[in-house]
Design a protein around this ligand. Sequence first.
Ligand code: SF4
Length: 162
Amino acid sequence: MVVGSAFMYKMRKWSVRHARSLKRVYTALESVLMFCEPLLRRLGYARLDKPFARIESLTKGLLLDSQNCGQCIVGFTGLSCPMNCPKKLRNGPCGGVRADGNCEVEPDMPCVWVLAWEGATRLDDEHIPLQTVQPPVDHQLIGRSAWLREVRIKVESSGHAI
Ligand code: SF4
């Protein structure tokens, strides 16, 4: 299915406008996945990666125009996918944003970092996570499930071996 850019730009704007409720859904989903982690581990992360990545691609693709980088940071960027930036900046904006808030490279496209700022200001976090410096993209993770990766990171950081 080919979805037009104008429609996806509208969806991106809708998502940042609803950043707070979408982040709540995100947090709830994470809790469910953490609860199911023993089952996920038993089934095997490697085996589950493709189906999870597919579900993510469909849902986040529609809502966020996600580019499936496999290392999702929209929780930090006000629900605006930074991989839609033509320069693929994970820390932005670039300084070339147009006066109307659109991108200097794609004049019809709202700058993803202007949207990120709008989304981040709607979140009720104590500090603005948008200001957290993000590492560069790990190309080996592109196309893989970011949700499963997040669960694994959380479990590992809690001291449990996977
Ligand atoms: S204006 Fe925004 S979207 Fe365009 S290249 Fe710069 S940071 Fe990326």
